[in-house]
Design a protein around this ligand. Structure first.
Ligand code: SF4
Length: 519
């Protein structure tokens, strides 16, 4: 069996980082970990090819080669997924779909001629596909019926199938699931509230595979909450610490974690000793009432400011996620988020309007209340909310656009990065210094040229850079990297503004149109 694995295009998003990737000669931030895991679970006597459409298009030769095409997609990839399914069918291919989007709303893809739906987690449903193919069945919908697989049996992903040079970072996953109950979160719907972890040996074997393939540098632990099972994660980190030290720290890790990381100094220290640099944290909002309403209770137990400061002083750089549009939210939520980012100094903040993702607790509540709007619409950071909020959507959208622009205003951004890095703790590990590659030197020179010569930020840029080199020299390399990130956000904030304003006009037009009354 010849299987072509295809990963659809992402729209331009906060996370696509095109401008920054361009600087360092890469095309995409992260590889499709789900698809390389699929390839590892299917029979190894089969042949596989993988095309990430974010890198390049599928060639005629690849389409012709394939007996079966498997797509995996998240909801933001929906548009391109549908185009690619049509293309595969036009070419007479058998098509299978899986991943978070087909799992949460398979009915949206039912009329497209998809032959096999591989829903839920592949460890359970991919063997069902194999059996169905062996029986000669030409269609099927495979679900796990609520059963969650034991991930200690998950094989090492087929990283060898990736065009690794195109990626800025590689991905590994230690755990699935999260113990918390945030109302808007689809992770707990897809993977459950009992975190399931791999064994330390298993994860080290994955890292060793990447190492043997020649990968060095950034590795993202894609766990939605890396510290969901603290006991097991500490066991992993103790083993990883030794592995990293023995190889002179070939990898630098980033991950996502809940805010209770701040209460566990041992855990933070272990992460630092394994060469973790940044951690994404869902702060969501500084408004306590909204946090309670959305059941993000873990963020209300202690001061958000203290928690962020603790993590920062220890040496882990916080990337914060914020949301506007919670029920009962008072006017000015966007500005309160900007103020919060300014006080904490957190440089990189992802920001979105609240959306109801299919099958989440929020989705079910809004459905019951008759407030879902355009539920089949695409959902990303440049789309209006897909439900009727409790205050005017125009007001929320305006606050969102204004806050986005303020957060990534070139001067405000440079000042915030500077204040933050002055208090960031120094890295605990020091790999043997190596002469940087030419592409890195070129990227550094370009950032200095754009921010330190061309733009009006020039004096601020040099002042802050020299001051940082004197006052906190251990973090200067990270500091310049984060300054460079605004190359992406500067453009992205204009995309957000243009797209949100266009949708807002559309929305207002639809509100003005007379409603037909049946008589
Ligand atoms: S902490 Fe994060 S992963 Fe866990 S339920 Fe909340 S939003 Fe989801």
């Amino acid at each position: 069996m010849r299987v072509l694995l295809v990963y659809p295009l992402f729209p331009k998003t906060f996370w696509s980082y095109e401008k920054i990737l361009e600087l360092v000669g890469r095309k995409v931030l992260l590889p499709p970990l789900g698809l390389v895991t699929v390839a590892a679970i299917l029979p190894q006597t089969w042949e596989f090819r993988l095309v990430d459409r974010n890198i390049r298009a599928v060639t005629d030769e690849e389409w012709a080669w394939a007996d079966l095409v498997i797509f995996s997609a998240m909801i933001v990839q929906k548009e391109d997924l549908i185009v690619q399914i049509h293309e595969a069918k036009r070419r007479g291919k058998r098509v299978a779909v899986g991943g978070p989007y087909p799992t949460s709303t398979p009915q949206e893809l039912e009329d497209l001629g998809v032959d096999y739906f591989i829903l839920d987690e592949g460890e359970i449903t991919l063997p069902m596909l194999v059996e169905a193919l062996e029986r000669g069945e030409t269609s099927g919908k495979f679900t796990s019926n609520g059963e969650k697989p034991d991930v200690t049996n998950t094989p090492i992903p087929r990283y060898d199938l990736l065009e690794r040079d195109a990626y800025d970072s590689m991905s590994v996953q230690f755990s699935r699931g999260c113990p918390f109950q945030c109302e808007f979160c689809d992770i707990i719907v897809l993977y459950g509230r009992k975190p399931r972890t791999k064994t330390p040996e298993q994860l080290l074997a994955e890292l060793q595979t990447l190492y043997d393939l020649g990968w060095r540098g950034s590795v993202f632990m894609v766990d939605d909450n890396f510290i969901g099972n603290k006991r097991n994660v500490k066991l992993l980190l103790k083993a990883l610490q030794v592995w990293q030290r023995e190889r002179d720290y070939p990898f630098r890790f980033d991950t996502e974690a809940s805010l209770d990381l701040a209460d566990d100094e041992e855990l933070m220290d272990l992460m630092l000793e394994c060469n973790f640099a940044a951690v994404f944290m869902g702060i969501e909002t500084p408004d306590t009432e909204s946090l309670q309403l959305t059941k993000k209770f873990q963020n209300t137990r202690s001061s958000l400011l203290d928690a962020i400061d603790k993590v920062t002083h220890r040496g882990l750089r916080v990337i914060a996620g914020f949301i506007v549009g919670f029920d009962g939210e008072k006017s000015g939520a966007g500005q309160r988020i900007v103020d919060f980012a300014e006080i904490t100094g957190i440089p990189t903040t992802t920001f979105a309007m609240l959306q109801a993702l299919p099958n989440t607790a929020l989705w079910h509540r809004l459905e019951k209340e008759g407030r879902l709007r355009n539920p089949a619409a695409n959902i990303n950071q440049t789309t209006l909310m897909n439900f009727e909020p409790t205050r005017p959507v125009e007001e929320i959208a305006r606050e969102y656009v204004d806050a986005f622009r303020a957060l990534y205003d070139p001067v405000q951004y440079l000042n915030r990065v500077y204040r933050y890095f002055l208090k960031l703790g120094a890295p605990r590990v020091r790999p043997t210094p190596k002469f940087p590659e030419w592409i890195v030197i070129r990227a550094l020179l370009l950032v200095c040229w754009r921010q330190g010569v061309v733009r009006e930020t020039r004096w601020l840029f040099w002042h802050h850079l020299i001051s940082m080199a004197i006052r906190n020299p251990a973090v200067v390399d990270q500091y310049i990297t984060v300054c460079a990130h605004n190359e992406h956000f500067l453009e992205y904030r204009d995309i957000v503004k243009a797209q949100i304003e266009a949708q807002l006009q559309e929305y207002q037009r639809s509100q003005r149109e007379p409603v037909e009354v049946a008589v």
